[in-house]
Each structure stands twice: as C-alpha cells, then as structure tokens.
Design a protein around this ligand. Structure first.
Ligand code: NAD
Length: 469
C-alpha cells in the first residue's frame, strides 16, 4: 500500500477543481496539484474570481491555495511528482465520425494517459475520475504498459465522481458514498486501499465502497441513467396530469411516500440539462449497441427521447397559448443555467427553448443571475452562419435583472429554479404591471403557486398542472 503524499489531478474543470480542492482541504499532509492545458482556466483558479461558481468553493480554495493546493499548466512536473494521479478530463459525446452523437469521445482520456506514460519515471496509481464507457481502464492500462519501462508499474483505479453541480462542495464533504474500483489482483487491491485511505481522512469507512473495476465504471453510467430516468418518468406523467386534472406535485408526493420509491428526483420540469445525464445515457446506449443488445439500447434511449419531447411540448404550449404566434412578441426567459446555484449552461433546456422562440420570430429577453453574457451568446450562436452575432443581438437582449427582462413582455417563462424567482423574493405584481396584457406566465420549474399568481392577473401555465382543475 502506498502512503499517498502527493496528488496530481489532470483537468481543472467542474469535477477536478472542486474534488481535489476538497482533498487538499481535508488532508493537509497531502500536496495536491491541479493541472490543465487551458492557461486561462488555471489563471482564473489562481485569481480572486474562480472559473466556476459553486457555493462554498471559494472558502475551500482560498483556505488551501498556496499551502498544499496548487493550480498550474506544468502538467509534466505535476505528473512526475505525484504518487497518485486523477484523470479528470472531459469526455464529451463525439460530434463527428463513427458514433457521432452517441459515443464518448475518449481523445482527452487517451491524451492524458499517454502523457503520464511518457513523463513518469517511477510507479504511479492512476485513477479514472472522468465518466467513461465500461472497460476504458483496460485501454488506459494497455497504453501505460506499452510505454513504461520494466521497473515502473502503473495501477489503475476507477473512482467516478457523484457530485452534483450546485451542491458540489456539500456533496464532496459529506458524500453518500465513494466508489473505488480496482482489478482484483494483490496490486490492484493494494492501490484501492491507498486511495481509500485518502478518503478516510473525512469519509466514514462504511461509505467507501470497493468493487471490481468494471462495476465501478458501469455504476457511474447506471447512476446517472437511473436519475435521468426518474425525471423522464415524472415528466411523462406531467403530460398526463395536464390533460386530466391530476396535479403532478400531488402525484409525485403520493408516489414518493412509498419507501420503495422515495421522494427525491420526482420533480417535474421543462427537462433535465447539464453536461452529464444525456451524455452518459447516450454512452450507455452506444455501449449496449456495441454489445449487440439493441433492446437494452432502445430502453435507455427512450429516457432521452422523453426529455426532448418535454422541452418541445412546453414550447408548443407557450406558442398555442399566445394565440398561435409569438412573432414580434417579447418573451422574458428567467434563468439560463441548467439548474440553480451554478453558472454552467451545458445542455441547458434554456438553449433549446430560446432557439425555438427565435425561430418563431420572437424577441427573447434573458436574465440569469450567474451566467456570463458572453456565454449566452456562445450557446445560442449557430455555427457557420454569417453575421450570426448581429442577428442574435436583434433577436435577444440580455438583461441585468428579472424586472428589466420582463418589462413590456407578453410572456414570462421560468426555466431555471433560482431561489430569487420565487414569489416571496420577486415582486410579481411589479412584473405584471409592466407587461403587455394579457400577461402570460409559464412556469417550467413548478416554482410558483398558481392561485397566488393568477390573483395578480397573470394567465398561468405550470408544467404538470391543469388550468381547469
Ligand atoms: P470540464 O470540461 O469542465 O473539465 C475538463 C478539463 O480537462 C478542461 O479544463 C480541459 O482543458 C482539461 N483537459 C483535457 N485534456 C487535458 C490534458 N491532456 N491535460 C490537462 N488538462 C486537460 O469537464 P468536467 O465537467 O470537470 O467533467 C470531467 C469529467 O467528469 C467528465 O468525464 C464528466 O462526465 C465527469 N463528471 C462531471 C460531473 C459534472 O457535474 N460536471 C459530475 C460527475 C462526473
């Protein structure tokens, strides 16, 4: 077993940054160096304005930075110094080529693995932190072994990350479980114990789960697929609720009281977003296809299909309610991040919705408390369209607060469940007074009390609720 004194994390993103900052915070005797090829990102980690927003992150980073926590682009030096290396690089869905739109692009995993093989002059424990298709560790081992000399040995572990953006620090400080997979050889089990010992500095022993490598890799895909499946299930039920007079909150509550089901992840919405759910399910779908299991692939694919349907259904409802046209109407979109308490917009439902509104010739006024304006332009840009920025500027305005966005609007659409959009924090009477009449409000996050908002004068549609009930 190795007494880990120095850790390197390759990839200073939403996972690598917070995860390894928390290790440094909890293990003062371990030197943690987080590296990235992206100079701007590393500069931001070394500045007062961190590159990502997460509640509690600044406290952790500012407490340990410069003491036992370092951010650098000097990848090779950090690899060389480390006893244990986390690979926490991006694994996006392939955009082009075979498997485009489905398979995980493992180029960054391979790049980081090759770098470790080339640079290391002594044995290392290499840990997959990224979410990867099942058996990726085998490819990593082949690359590492082919490039290592006789005296250097690499152990590969799988340690997928289960943090949720928006609660990352809370999740990391108090995880439901930490999963460590290893080859069931004496060396593999010894490496597994070395990493477990790091986590046991703050995670109770019974929450550290050890499994074989492949179970660990698959468990991450499975966990995300199961979570997304619950969202798609309640969203499918929300459509039935709207058509029948059942109330999706009441249905979720009634079902969630069954201890076999539990109440979490039964909140209907405009659809899930984020960089992981869709990508990881598609990854599972692709894996099933490769394993010649088409029925299994179809089963998981349906979760993504339902998610897309929910977004389109919401847009259709908005257009039909606004007398079948939103041409030249002002639509205020509250929220652009894929969920509250993060500035992350990857796969956010807001992007799909706003693009649809623009296609229908509406003017969209957008407000989000944490997303940078430039990010919004980047997310809405259509690749390859000449003068796209100028066109976009005609179709959207990015506003400094919710009141500005809603001023003169025909409809307000709540897309992200930020607390500041709740009725006790936002003055909906003021919003109503400054809107075109009739004033419509569409709540894609079940944030508001319909009766209270109708009282003001709004015409309200809330996902999963029947207006006539
Ligand atoms: P990210 O894109 O925010 O960060 C990845 C970073 O890796 C980038 O900054 C990139 O520049 C860097 N990188 C790529 N190749 C490199 C190399 N060879 N050397 C140095 N740096 C390199 O991605 P993320 O959101 O942190 O996700 C990382 C992994 O964790 C993915 O596999 C993802 O599926 C998984 N994951 C993400 C979340 C989440 O909530 N974001 C949660 C659990 C797991």
């Amino acid at each position: 077993m190795v007494d880990v004194k120095s850790i390197c994390c390759i990839g200073a993103g939403y996972v690598g940054g917070p995860t390894c900052a928390v290790i440094a915070y909890k293990c003062h005797n371990i030197k943690v160096t987080i590296v990235d090829l992206n100079q701007a990102r590393i500069d931001a980690w070394n500045s007062d304005k961190l590159p990502i927003y997460e509640p509690g992150l600044e406290e952790v980073v500012f407490d340990r930075r410069g003491k036992n926590l370092f951010f650098t682009t000097d990848v090779d030096a950090a690899i060389e110094e480390a006893d244990l290396i986390f690979v926490s690089v991006n694994t996006p869905t392939k955009k082009t080529g075979m498997g485009a739109g489905m398979a995980a692009d493992l180029a960054y995993i391979e790049g980081a693995t090759r770098r470790i093989a080339e640079v290391a002059t002594r044995s290392k424990i290499v840990v997959e932190k990224s979410t990867v298709p099942c058996r990726t560790a085998e490819s990593m081992r082949t690359i590492l072994e082919a490039n290592s000399t006789g005296s250097i040995h690499f152990d590969i572990l799988s340690n997928p990350e289960f943090l949720a953006e928006g609660t990352a620090i809370k999740d990391l400080l108090n995880p439901d479980r930490v999963l460590i997979g290893a080859l069931q050889t004496p060396e593999g089990i010894s490496a597994q114990k070395s990493l477990a010992a790091v986590y046991q500095n703050w995670v109770p022993e019974d929450r550290v789960i050890t499994t074989n490598l492949w179970s660990s890799e698959l468990s991450k895909l499975a966990a995300n697929a199961l979570l997304a499946q619950r969202i798609s299930s309640i969203n499918a039920l929300s459509a039935i609720c709207e058509a029948t007079g059942a109330d999706v909150d009441e249905v979720a509550y009634a079902c969630g009281r069954d201890s076999r089901l539990g109440s979490k992840f039964l909140k209907a919405s405009v659809g899930f977003g984020g960089s992981c759910f869709q990508k990881d399910i598609l990854n599972l779908v692709y894996l099933s296809q490769q394993l010649n299991l088409p029925e299994v692939a179809d089963y998981w694919q349906q979760v993504v299909i339902m998610n897309e349907y929910q977004k389109k259904r919401f847009v259709r409802k908005i257009i039909s309610t606004l007398f079948n046209t939103i041409t030249n109407k002002r639509i205020a979109v509250l929220g652009f991040a894929f969920k509250k308490d993060t500035g992350d917009t990857r796969e956010s439902a807001a992007i799909t919705l706003i693009k649809d509104f623009i296609d229908e010739n509406a003017h969209v006024a957008i407000y989000d408390p944490k997303v940078e304006h430039e990010q919004i332009y980047m997310d809405l840009a259509e690749p390859g369209v000449v003068d796209n920025r100028k066109q976009l500027e005609k179709s959207i305005s990015i506003c400094g607060d919710a009141y500005e966005a809603c001023k003169g609007a025909d409809a307000v659409v709540i897309v992200t469940e930020w607390d500041e959009f709740k009725s006790d924090q936002l003055d909906y009477q003021r919003i109503y007074d400054n809107m075109h009449k009739p004033a419509f409000l569409f709540d894609g996050r079940l944030l508001l009390d319909a009766a209270q908002i109708r009282e003001i004068g709004f015409k309200v549609h809330i996902i999963g609720k029947n207006e006539l009930a």
